[in-house]
Design a protein around this ligand. Structure first.
Ligand code: G6P
Length: 471
């Protein structure tokens, strides 16, 4: 039995299985996993996550009670849930990623989507089952009075389900995404919107990355549930949930220690070899609709167009690693990113100058190398819960100028020392790239120091401890 538990869809590790059935373990990606991994491990917290792939499923099936640490893997206490693949697929792809993610990031092409018919309600049923499987596992593993930290939009129903099962527990929910304003959130069928909100309100404490997302959640509760919102509490049907804001930051020392390792250094040498002494504009993202990569490339193109004096003197390193490729929108988006990159190549590349290096394979040490070499970091999401790239960059590059979307949660903390842009305005973004490249050396160093301070203000350890304390 455990006294502190964490539940999330993606766990700290994932497995691939080769033709001979040999399993290889790899670290998971994304903001949630980077925030939680070290903390959970150091504190001996039990982490419950879902098996995401065939590799994960074969690993779980060989582990007693789904405990990968008991099967000899060096993961820290970790239980993976082997949810039936079809149920998992509908819950993760259809509901979590195609619906709740789209709503909270305002991603719909409204004249055509969303569409809620019979098919959706079948998918919704699977989302309930999937949330139920987490609630059951948590109820089994939690000691009396334990504290349980449920993560993200995949698991909005779990808090209320778990409370029904185990009223003795203290439950928190944390959203790593933005939250939509009520008029957009109510695109969801009324009963679904209600169930999501009431699911989270099943927790004692609901956490968000910024004031803005917390406020949007409370607005949804007030408008759609007629809940009573007062200060930082929401009262609904006799129960009160407190709301907290925890701006997840980065453990700067740990990041630096990793970024000084030889594999990173050799990637730095390779990049230097490739680009020479040209200035570097860097971006690092999952290939994710909300990250606005295509408009970022269009802005770079506009910048090259209006500043011929930079031709041959600057290179844009764009790392967009694969994500959610089961969804057609993401496959199409990856193709659109590649088309935009090709257009830039076709128009501007010369015999001895590659204006853009687009890389679509995940390579963590290479990303760290790019951060270290960046003169400019471009972070221009349409909407983002926080965006840790914006925080990692200035930690690793002491003279990096940050071009940052005002719609990223990180803008609340970093805006004062970044060049803030409207992510839809590629003209403004192009001008910001120019401003960032030409920023005076003293000014860029001064701003980077402030950014670094803000980025490390609430490292994962303290972020986690603060939420535990709130329970
Ligand atoms: C965001 C979400 C996380 C998610 C991550 C990666 O950061 O808030 O919950 O794990 O993206 O997405 P994926 O679908 O690959 O887990």
């Amino acid at each position: 039995m455990n006294s502190v538990l964490v539940a999330s869809n993606r766990g700290p590790v994932s497995f691939t299985v080769d033709a001979d059935g040999v399993l290889t373990m790899k670290r998971g990606g994304g903001g949630l996993v980077s925030g939680l991994s070290a903390v959970v491990r150091d504190r001996d917290v039990l982490w419950i996550c879902a098996a995401l792939s065939d590799g994960d499923r074969s690993a779980v099936r060989q582990a007693p009670g789904g405990r990968l640490d008991h099967a000899g893997y060096d993961t820290g206490p970790l239980r993976m849930l082997d949810i039936p693949p079809a149920t998992f697929h509908r819950a993760y792809n259809a509901v979590a990623n195609s619906t709740l993610w789209f709503v909270n990031h305002l991603l719909y092409d409204i004249p055509n989507a969303p569409l809620f018919g019979t098919r959706f309600f079948r998918e919704w049923e699977s989302y309930r089952d999937y949330n139920g499987a987490f609630a059951l596992a948590l109820a089994e593993e939690a000691a009396h009075d334990a504290r349980v930290m449920v993560q993200d939009y995949h698991l909005t129903l779990t808090p209320a389900m778990l409370r029904a099962e185990r009223p003795d527990l203290r439950i928190a929910h944390f959203s790593h995404t933005p939250w939509a304003p009520p008029e957009y959130f109510s695109l969801l069928p009324d009963e679904v919107a209600r169930e999501v909100l009431e699911g989270i309100l099943g927790a004692d404490h609901a956490g968000f990355l910024t004031e803005r997302w917390a406020q949007a959640f409370m607005d949804c509760c007030a408008h759609l549930l007629k809940a009573e919102v007062s200060g930082d509490t929401v009262t609904h049907e006799g129960r009160t949930t407190s709301i907290g804001v925890y701006g997840l930051g980065v453990d700067g020392d740990a990041l630096w220690a990793r970024a000084r390792e030889p594999d990173v250094e050799s990637h730095m040498a390779a990049i230097r070899e490739q680009v020479g002494d040209r200035r570097l504009i860097v971006r690092i993202d999952r290939t994710e609709l909300s990250k606005n990569i295509v408009r970022g490339l269009m802005a770079y193109r506009e910048f090259l167009d209006s500043h011929p004096e930079w031709h041959g003197r600057v290179v844009h390193l764009a790392f967009a690693y694969p994500s959610r490729h089961d969804l057609p929108e993401y496959r199409e988006y990856t193709a659109a990113v590649q088309r935009s990159a090709k257009a830039i190549e076709d128009e501007y590349a010369t015999e001895d100058w590659d204006p853009l290096i687009l890389n679509v394979n995940d390579d963590y040490p290479r990303s760290l190398a790019a951060y270290r070499l960046a003169d400019v970091l471009l972070v221009n999401p349409i909407r983002d819960g926080m965006n840790l790239v914006a925080k990692e960059g200035p930690i690793l590059s002491p003279r990096c100028a940050l071009v940052l979307s005002r719609e990223a949660g990180a803008a609340a903390e970093l805006g004062a020392d970044a060049i803030v842009v409207n992510p839809y305005d590629i003209g403004e973004t192009a001008r910001a790239l120019h401003e960032a490249l030409t920023m005076d050396e003293r000014e860029r160093v001064r701003r980077a120091a402030n950014l670094r301070k803000a980025a490390t203000a609430l490292p994962p350890e303290r972020w986690f401890a603060a939420q535990l304390a709130a329970l």
